[in-house]
Each structure stands twice: as structure tokens, then as C-alpha cells.
Write a new protein. Structure first.
Length: 758
């Protein structure tokens, strides 16, 4: 059947849409991953309808609550996508399944409309249905449907297809039904306006309307003067073109995608990208966000010659095919031209500011146009091929293979850890995947694994992926390394803690002597450029670094400094910290129990944490404050020291507790409970050698080891996971008058003004 000869029935559209929905329904078990975490889970501006106005007044990636928002590169204006995220959050109460269900329904709706359009444009029920199945099930769809952040393509595509449908419906009406025709015209223009507020690519709708008009043929126009009628609908196309061009002009002048960026021609990268996209279309396995990341050697980007040559040949073949298609059918030629144009800005012939070579979700519209254009241009031979049983079996086998890939990929989206473990199985040197997995391990309390992965991201085999590991990220990576190093350093390793504190303090004071070459046991291979310190001075210190510095300061007894660091943390950013509950402990250690409880109340409201964590922390704060109060009233100086030490233990400050008990133990080693408490604290600070020495003197060398084993069993697992301090420790600086320390602890009163401890 030739295009335009009759109107084929579109019965399969609903069935194909349902197939698309069923294949992607397993995605409802997926969580928030990758960009979803920044854009949705941790983005307060998507958590309530009170932020609707902000969605229209700023760009898509303006995340003012994060330290990374200033470095998120391109400026995209997609307010309706943000509105959809807000609606999903409110109606689904922040549960990820609501977002994934919305994406799956969007995809099903797009596929339903694609089936209708494809059948109409190809003029063949079989070919149109085949195109729709390709668009529904191709593995590149996973990135648009399973990834919440990929919905901009779905929303844009839905309104583009609706705009085409309205033009089709209006063009079939008799000329006398002018009012209805105008209504369809207005609806089509409305779809254009809505579509470009979802994604810029919707500006292609006017040209797709031209494809619709060309594909219908004169007999599809309706009664009356066909030439005049076609002219009216071309007027619709020109009207929508004017609207689209006006939007593009305003965007360029007022809201440019890359403000202040200079055009940099990269033709070899463009040809390499063409080859990489061809791979993603023909061989979409393995599923990954990072297909062929760009590599740099000694700072020079590498463009593999075979890929560049392959890209050139593919480009030439595509050009020839487009010219041939134009000769066969103007509509099919325009489809192929639009497929290339819609992908063109992302082909890296100029530097786009995007750190990946390809993105599967970018194929959502181009793949549909390409498949429809080929099917339209070569409808006759393809129709004959479709009648052969072998071709039918082969096509079905490919579809089933794609369904299998789609279902497997849905499992990768279950959570952040699963997704990036998958990425590391594909490329174990991917720096972005290494950093993401490091964050996962850090939240799980696996500090050594988190540290090792983040350190691996700074090794040459990882940093060679220059776009995935740009120099400006080094500073943040180094700060995270310092924080992890502090978290995995025992209280007894005072030399390392002092070095870490000094480095954090220098960085926060923008001291140019700060250097990442070696801090304690931490060594990395790259240096921080002075310009990066300037960036820190311009943007302000990250909240996570301030929190790390405050916690280390309280471990060393530097309470005034800790208060200074915590005062600089915006209250609304506390729940965004890697370990926000540590901030509660840090406030309590400075004697500010009221502030600690206020912080905990805020975190309880804004964080999805289990009740047991909050209950335990509430108890620890209550018991610690009571113990410090009891110590001030205790008539016995040794008992006062024991109470104060136990108060510090409740706050996890083992070094401070040791400094309270050490002078007392030196004076009264036989006081009841004192030796066991002292040994227990030495073990908690991971001062194993000193603990054994004290236990041996008190119990004898034969009994001491077994006693220490029993004591270790009572320590928290997080403490036992820390490395013991092997070298002689300098945790105790000594005193001139042993009795003076006891008297000082007995008479001590907390004072926030002087910086004394609780």
C-alpha cells in the first residue's frame, strides 16, 4: 500500500502500548538512583507544591541546597518536568514507585501514539506496527523509562505526538467545519508550547507537522479544494515554526544552555560519537550510562582512528540514504533529516559540556524517526520481506532479546549500589562509578571500602577518563577523602587526628599551604591547584567539610573551633550531610545539648531514618547530660571523674573520656571500677598495647588476654572495625601535679564562652 492511498486501521496501537507498559512495569520496584538522588530524593524543591513557582523561575539543575549546583554545567529550562516531579512526590508521598509508574505510563502513551503515527506515515499496518514495537522495546528505552531523570524525553515526545495527532484530526475535517479546525490548530500550538517546556527538542514539531501533511496526500485532505486546504495546514506549520523559533531565540539570548562558553570544534569526537550511537542502536549491550567514555593521555584527548573512520563512513551512508529517501518520498526524506537533526547537537562536533559520549535516552525521538523514515522510503521491499516466515521469526527473536535486556536492566535500577556495582563490572576504573559506590559504602558504615574506592578514583587509570574526572572535582574528592580518613581513624591515633584537623582547618581558612600529597596515612597522586582554593573562597566551604572538621575538633577537645565550624553550616543543609547524626553528637560534645536536640528534631522530620536510631540517640543525649550533671554534684573526686568519663562515652568521645580518667588512674589505680573502665576506654580508643599493659599489671599476664577478649565483645562493631593504634600513642600529654587534674575535673563547670567541654 502506498502512503496516502487510504487510511489504514490502527487497532494494534492499544495492544502495542500495553505491551510497552507490561515490559516496564517491573521498574516499579526500582528506587532513586544516579541523578534521581540529586533531582528528586535530596531536592527539597520537588517536595511540595509551594515550589511550583520556582520551577518556572529558574533552570532545571539549579540545586541551591547542594554544594555541587554551581558545577552542574549546562542550563536546561524544563519547568513542567519539575512540576511532574513535585506532583509525583506529593501524591506518592515521596515513594519511588510513584515516579516509576508515571514514567511507565508516559512510555505506554507515547508508544500508543507512535503506533498510530507510524501506521499512518508508512501507509502499512505491518510496517507501522513493526516500527512501534521497535520504539517500544529497544533497550535504549530503559534509560528514559526506568530512570526517573530521563522522563523529560517521555514528556516531550508525548506532547509532540499529540500535536501531530491534532493536526491529523483537523486536516481530515471538511472545510466548512472551520471552528473545529481552529480548535485543533490551537491544540497543536498548545502541545508545542507544553512540549518545549518539557524539553527543547519539541521545537521540531513544526517540521513533523510538515511530515504529517506530506504523508497524507491529496486524498487525505478532505472535501473541497485540496490545494487550498493543504495551504491552510502549511500555514499551521509556519505558525508553529514561528512560535518554536521565538522560543529558541529567547533561550539563546536570555537563558543560554552554556552561558559564557566558547565554541570549540571537535570533529573527530563527533565522528567517534556517531559510531558509538550506531553501536547503541545495533548492539545495545551492555546496558550502561558510560558507553565509550573519552580518554586523555598526558592531557590530550584520544579519538581512536577505527571509530573515527567508522563514524565517517556511517555519516556518508546516512547522507546517501537520506538523499535516496527524498527521491522516493519527501516525507521519508524529511523524517531521516529530522532524526539526524534532533540528535545532531549531541554528536560532540562542538564540545557540549556533557561528560559522556552517548546517552541512550537521547535516542527516544531520533530512533522512532529513523525507523519510520526507512520503513516509509522502502515500504515495498520491506513489506515483501515482512511476509517471509524467516524474517518474522527473526524479528520476533530480536524483540524477545530486547525484552530480556529491558527486564535485566530493571534489576540494575533497584538502588544506587546495584546500579554502580553493575557499572564497575563493565569498567572497574570508571571514576564516577567508583565515587558513587564509595558514597554507598560510606552510608553503610563500610569506611575502609569507601575510602579505598574513592582513592582508586584518583589513580591514573581512572583519571584518564578526563570528562568523568575533571580537575574541579579533585578538591571535593580530596575533602571527602579527609572526611573518610577521619571517620576510620581511632580516637587513640591522636597524631593522625591532629594532622587531619590541621589540614581541614587550613583548607577552610583557604591557606595555600594545604596540600593533598600526604596527611597521616592518606596519600593521593594529584595536587590541588591554587585556583581551586579560590573556588572554595567564592562558593563557600561545603557543609560536609565543616561537619567533618567540627567532629574531628570535638574528638581533640577543640570546642571553640568546633562551634565555629558548626555555626557556618546552614541549618537547612544538615540533612544533606553524609553522616548527619554525627552533627548531633558534635553539638552535644561542646555542651550544647539544647542545640543537639533541636538538630535531632530537624533531622527526624527531614530524613527517612528508622525509629531505633532516633531512640538510641535520644537516650544517649539524655544519659550523657545526666552524667555530666551528676559529676558536678559528686562529693568524691574519683566518682566524679568516672561519671564524666561515662558521659563522654555516651557521646562516643573515647579520647576525651581517657583524658578524664588517666590522671585519676595514675593516682588511684586500686579504686573500685576504675581499672576496668580505664582498660575498656583504651580498647575503645584502639590503644590495644596500652590496654594489655594496664590489664597485665592489674590482673597478671596470664589472665589479661582473656579479659580483654571479653571486654572487646562489648564494644560497638563500628569501633572494632577501626584499625588498632600500632605505634606508641601521644594521646596523653602529661601533667605536673597528678592531684591538680582530679581537682580540676571535680570543680569544672561547662562554659560555652571559654570553650570548655561539658
Amino acid at each position: 500500500m502506498k502512503p496516502g492511498t487510504s487510511t489504514p486501521r490502527t487497532d494494534p496501537a492499544l495492544e502495542i502500548g500495553l505491551i510497552a507498559l507490561l515490559v516496564f512495569l517491573p521498574g516499579l520496584a526500582a528506587g532513586f538512583v544516579y541523578d534521581d538522588i540529586l533531582l528528586v530524593r535530596d531536592n527539597p524543591y520537588t517536595h511540595g507544591f509551594q515550589h511550583l513557582g520556582r520551577a518556572f523561575s529558574t533552570h532545571f539543575w539549579n540545586l541551591e541546597h547542594t554544594e555541587t549546583s554551581s558545577n552542574l554545567g549546562n542550563v536546561y529550562y524544563r519547568p513542567l518536568v519539575t512540576v511532574s516531579l513535585i506532583a509525583n512526590w506529593v501524591m506518592g508521598r515521596g515513594q519511588p514507585w510513584a515516579f516509576h509508574l508515571f514514567n511507565a505510563l508516559l512510555h505506554a502513551g507515547c508508544v500508543f501514539l507512535m503506533a498510530r503515527v507510524a501506521v499512518r506515515w508508512t501507509g502499512s499496518l505491518v510496517l507501522g506496527s513493526g516500527v512501534a514495537l521497535i520504539a517500544a522495546l529497544h533497550p535504549s528505552r530503559t534509560e528514559s523509562v526506568l530512570w526517573i531523570a530521563g522522563r523529560s524525553d517521555l514528556m516531550m515526545m508525548l506532547f509532540v505526538l499529540l500535536g501531530i495527532e491534532f493536526v491529523h484530526r483537523g486536516s481530515r475535517l471538511a472545510p466548512a467545519r472551520r471552528a473545529e479546525k481552529m480548535a485543533f490548530l490551537a491544540a497543536s500550538l498548545g502541545c508545542l508550547a507544553i512540549g518545549i517546556l518539557c524539553k527543547e527538542a519539541a521545537a521540531a514539531l513544526p517540521l513533523l507537522i510538515a511530515v504529517e501533511i506530506l504523508s497524507q496526500g491529496e486524498k487525505e485532505v478532505g472535501a473541497g479544494d485540496s490545494t487550498r486546504e493543504r495551504g491552510r495546514w502549511f500555514l499551521v506549520m509556519f505558525s508553529s515554526s514561528a512560535l518554536a523559533l521565538a522560543y529558541v531565540l529567547v533561550r539563546v539570548l536570555v537563558y543560554p544552555v552554556r552561558p559564557g562558553a566558547q565554541t570549540e570544534l571537535t570533529p573527530r569526537y563527533g565522528l567517534m560519537t556517531i559510531a558509538a550511537y550506531a553501536e547503541r542502536v545495533l548492539l545495545p549491550w551492555p546496558q550502561t550510562f558510560f558507553h565509550r567514555p573519552l580518554v586523555a593521555v598526558h592531557g590530550v584527548f584520544q579519538y581512536p582512528a577505527p571509530l573515527v573512520v567508522a563514524g565517517a563512513l556511517i555519516a556518508i551512508a546516512y547522507l546517501v540514504s537520506t538523499i535516496s529517501a527524498f527521491r522516493r518520498s519527501r516525507a521519508s526524506g524529511l523524517m531521516l533529516l529530522l532524526a539526524a537533526a534532533s540528535l545532531g547537537p549531541l554528536l560532540n562536533f562542538t564540545y557540549t559540556g556533557i561528560f559522556v559520549t552517548t546517552s541512550d535516552h537521547m535516542l527516544y525521538l531520533p530512533l522512532f524517526l529513523f525507523a519510520t523514515g526507512i520503513a516509509t522510503a522502502y515500504a515495498e521491499p520491506l513489506s515483501k520481506l515482512a511476509q517471509r516466515r524467516g524474517a518474522q521469526v527473526g524479528f520476533l527473536a530480536v524483540l524477545l532479546l530486547w525484552v530480556g535486556i529491558d527486564l535485566l536492566r530493571a534489576r540494575d535500577y533497584r538502588d544506587q549500589g546495584t546500579l554502580f556495582r553493575r557499572e564497575l563490572s563493565i569498567n572497574p576504573n570508571n571514576p564516577l562509578a567508583l565515587k558513587s559506590m564509595s558514597e554507598v559504602y560510606a552510608r553503610e558504615g563500610k569506611l575502609d571500602q569507601a575510602f579505598d574506592l574513592l582513592l582508586s578514583a584518583e589513580r591514573p587509570e581512572s583519571t584518564r577518563y578526563a570528562l568523568l574526572s575533571p580537575p574541579w572535582l579533585l578538591f571535593g574528592d580530596y575533602l571527602r577523602l579527609l572526611g573518610l580518613q577521619a571517620a576510620r581513624t581511632a580516637d587513640g591515633a591522636t597524631a593522625d587526628l591532629r594532622a587531619l584537623y590541621a589540614e581541614l582547618d587550613r583548607l577552610l581558612r583557604l591557606d595555600p599551604r594545604a596540600s593533598p600529597q600526604r596527611i597521616g596515612a592518606l596519600t593521593i597522586g594529584r595536587t590541588i591547584a591554587p585556583a581551586l582554593l579560590n573556588d572554595l573562597g567564592r562558593t563557600g566551604p561545603p557543609a560536609a567539610v565543616l561537619a567533618d572538621a567540627a567532629l574531628v575538633a570535638t574528638r581533640l577537645g577543640k570546642f571553640n573551633q568546633a562551634r565555629r565550624f558548626m555555626a557556618a553550616i546552614p541549618f537547612e543543609n544538615m540533612d544533606r550531610l553524609p553522616s548527619p547524626w554525627n552533627l548531633v553528637l558534635a553539638r552535644a560534645r561542646t555542651g550544647d545539648f539544647k542545640g543537639a536536640r533541636r538538630t535531632m528534631s530537624y533531622l527526624a522530620i527531614h530524613m527517612d531514618t528508622d525509629e531505633r536510631t532516633r531512640t538510641d540517640l535520644t537516650r544517649r543525649l539524655r544519659d550523657s547530660e545526666a552524667l555530666f550533671s551528676k559529676a558536678r554534684r559528686a562529693p568524691d573526686s574519683v566518682q566524679s571523674a568516672l561519671d564524666r568519663a561515662q558521659g563522654w562515652v555516651e557521646l562516643g568521645a573515647y579520647l576525651m573520656a581517657l583524658r578524664v580518667l588517666r590522671p585519676v588512674y595514675d593516682d588511684y589505680p586500686n579504686y573500685p571500677r576504675l581499672a576496668p573502665e580505664y582498660v575498656q576506654l583504651l580498647l575503645a580508643a584502639r590503644l590495644e598495647r596500652e590496654a594489655l599493659d594496664v590489664a597485665s599489671r592489674a590482673l597478671g599476664p596470664e589472665v589479661a588476654p582473656q579479659t580483654l577478649l571479653r571486654m572487646r565483645a562489648g564494644l560497638p562493631k563500628s569501633v572494632l572495625a577501626l584499625r588498632p593504634v600500632r605505634e606508641p600513642s601521644e594521646w596523653y600529654v602529661g601533667r605536673r601535679d597528678p592531684g591538680s587534674a582530679v581537682r580540676a575535673q571535680q570543680n569544672h563547670k561547662p562554659s560555652r564562652a571559654t570553650g570548655n567541654s561539658p
